[in-house]
Write a protein that binds this ligand. Structure first.
Ligand code: VGL
Ligand code: ZN
Length: 202
């Protein structure tokens, strides 16, 4: 239909954990707000500025959302002997995707992870949508070969998701300024390691 379609039909965007708790909540990460702004700009550039209601564009440049989605007694929480403050608890504001990105969310392209109390899941690849499909299943159904990745946090869920996508044979392109992180040193080290593994950082 237009040039956007030709440039993007083999590619998709995976947005990792751009959820309120990682942006301004219990686990607010460095650069998270800037990362959300940058992700929204990137989406606009890939979709020629079309927004919700235009419908068709989402089929041309699929945008997948990974969501950390924990029960209140998840094993990763400090109260359960885990490493993190309580975060992204089901049915709380903290578990919701940032408002700026909700126009791009669809149920079939939203994948939930960490949903069981005793299972920590950093990788979006372990997530499932409401129909029970995995990210790799859906990417294969859509014939996606190149995956752009943005999100939070670089050192944890972004890294794990990107590595699994690469292992799956996808070309992985990390949007460097659309990342939030726990610490800058770890963020930069992780970027370097991802580069060494053959991922492109833009
Ligand atoms: C994450 C720690 C715990 C992440 C999720 O999204 O990187 N980190 N749960
Ligand atoms: Zn978590």
């Amino acid at each position: 239909m237009n040039s956007v379609y030709d440039e993007t039909r083999d590619s998709a965007l995976v947005v990792v954990d751009m959820l309120n708790d990682f942006i301004d909540g219990s686990m607010a990460c460095a650069n998270a707000k800037e990362a959300v702004n940058r992700a929204a700009e990137f989406i606009d550039s890939m979709t020629a500025g079309e927004k919700a209601g235009d419908g068709e564009i989402f089929g041309q440049f699929p945008i997948l959302f990974i969501c950390d989605h924990h029960p209140a007694d998840h094993c990763s929480f400090l109260q359960q002997g885990g490493q993190w403050p309580s975060h992204c608890v089901v049915d709380t504001r903290g578990s919701a995707i940032h408002d700026m990105l909700t126009p791009y969310v669809s149920e079939e392209l939203t994948f939930y992870k960490g949903c069981e109390p005793d299972n920590e899941q950093y990788s979006g690849h372990e997530g499932r949508n409401k129909a029970g499909q995995s990210v790799s299943e859906v990417l294969d159904l859509l014939d996606i070969r190149t995956v752009y990745v943005c999100g939070i946090a670089t050192e944890y869920c972004v890294r794990a998701t990107a590595e699994d996508l690469a292992a799956d044979g996808k070309k992985v392109i990390i949007i460097g300024d659309a990342l939030g992180y726990v610490g800058q040193e770890g963020h930069l080290k992780t970027l370097e390691e991802m580069r060494e593994k053959g991922m492109q950082i833009i």
